[in-house]
Ligand binder design. Structure first.
Ligand SMILES: Nc1ncnc2c1ncn2[C@@H]1O[C@H](COP(=O)(O)OP(=O)(O)O)[C@@H](O)[C@H]1O
Ligand SMILES: Cc1ncsc1CCOP(=O)(O)O
Ligand SMILES: [Mg+2]
Length: 315
């Protein structure tokens, strides 16, 4: 874990504010929207297209199908942009890179921006490598609608976008650099609170409908729309013992973004994953059977079970 006393992109101010279960306005309405998103995906089987890494591509597609959506993977800009006309939302994951991605991914992001097409970014391994940094930096002007990453990735992206010194009322004014992580997080979720909020505030005015969300995954997931902070306890430590729990959560988040606004989509996907992880841990005997049971649980959980999950809200 990194040291405390971080400011700018790496701070934990929201943890200092008391949680307020009524701050969300109407928690019952929020739960209704979450249940409806789960229901709508199963009723309408929306396509969420992915441009994702080679390691976990199969799990991403299977998880989207298990949640009730459909999947299509592509890597050519013209193909991705044309298919976005029939895709409810897209998913871009920078886990494995090829040289042509440096041109292709900014071109795709620009096209989505121009057409108002919603998309989810998983900034896997943000901070590592000049090519990845160039791609992720280019996304600042054509940002995703949702970012879903682990704490280290969210902090690194906030640093990369230079959002650590802004007078936006989020918190501290210093901007220490964070060390790059691999695909695993080396920071705790709370230390990414300010970064998540700053990223969401940057993205919202540039996003379709003026709304955006950021999800930081870990032991207790954190979701923000740039204003409120939602903490989602649960899940299973075994989720970090299979490859692709985070990537497939990003893909399923895009599936929900095809039917719901960003905050609801992000909460619904993260809650579905937490509940599915708990069920899979109970039924499994190790990472292999865990992955199988995780997919089954994504399929079998009801909208009501997902929406009844614990959600801790803070300003
Ligand atoms: N220690 C943990 N306890 C419970 N759930 C976890 C834990 N670590 C990760 N998860 C869950 O695993 C999923 C993937 O998150 P994470 O492992 O942080 O992503 P990534 O693979 O991108 O680093 C999320 O649903 C998250 O809630
Ligand atoms: C191992 C690995 N290497 C490049 S991408 C990748 C998958 C990362 O998956 P996740 O972040 O979901 O664990
Ligand atoms: Mg990841």
């Amino acid at each position: 874990m990194n040291d405390s006393h971080r400011h700018g992109c790496n701070g934990r101010t929201a943890a200092q504010t008391p949680s307020d279960p009524h701050a969300a306005g109407d928690p019952a309405a929020l739960r209704d929207r979450i249940a409806q998103a789960v229901r709508d995906v199963r009723a309408t089987t929306p396509l969420a297209q992915s441009f994702t890494n080679f390691v976990t591509i199969n799990l991403v597609a299977n998880a989207q199908l298990a949640a009730g959506g459909t999947a299509a993977m592509s890597f050519l800009p013209d193909d991705v942009i044309d298919t976005s006309a029939i895709s409810g939302a897209d998913y871009i994951n920078v886990g494995t890179l090829l040289p042509f991605y440096k041109e292709a991914l900014p071109q795709i992001a620009r096209a989505f921006h121009q057409s108002g097409h919603p998309w989810v970014l998983d900034p896997v391994a943000a901070g590592i490598g000049a090519t990845r940094t160039a791609i992720l930096t280019a996304f600042k002007d054509y940002p995703p609608t949702i970012i879903r990453g682990n704490a280290s990735e969210v902090i690194a992206l906030c640093d990369m976008w230079g959002l650590g010194r802004q007078d936006d009322g989020v918190s501290g004014d210093e901007h220490p650099s964070t060390r790059p992580a691999g695909v695993e997080s080396v920071d705790d979720v709370e230390s990414a609170t300010d970064a998540a909020r700053r990223l969401a505030r940057h993205m919202a005015p540039l996003s379709p409908g003026g709304q955006a969300a950021v999800a930081v995954s870990g032991k207790v997931d954190l979701v923000t729309d740039g204003d409120r902070i939602y903490r989602l306890p649960g899940g299973s430590a075994l989720m970090s013992k299979i490859t692709g729990a985070g990537c497939s959560l990003g893909g399923v988040t895009a599936t929900y973004l095809a039917v719901a606004e960003p905050l609801t989509a992000t909460l619904a996907a993260s809650l579905l994953y937490n509940r599915a992880g708990e069920i899979a841990e109970r039924l499994s005997d190790g990472p292999g059977s865990f992955q199988v049971h995780l997919l089954d649980a994504l399929w079998n959980l009801t909208p009501e079970q997902v929406a009844a999950s614990e959600i801790v809200v803070a300003r």
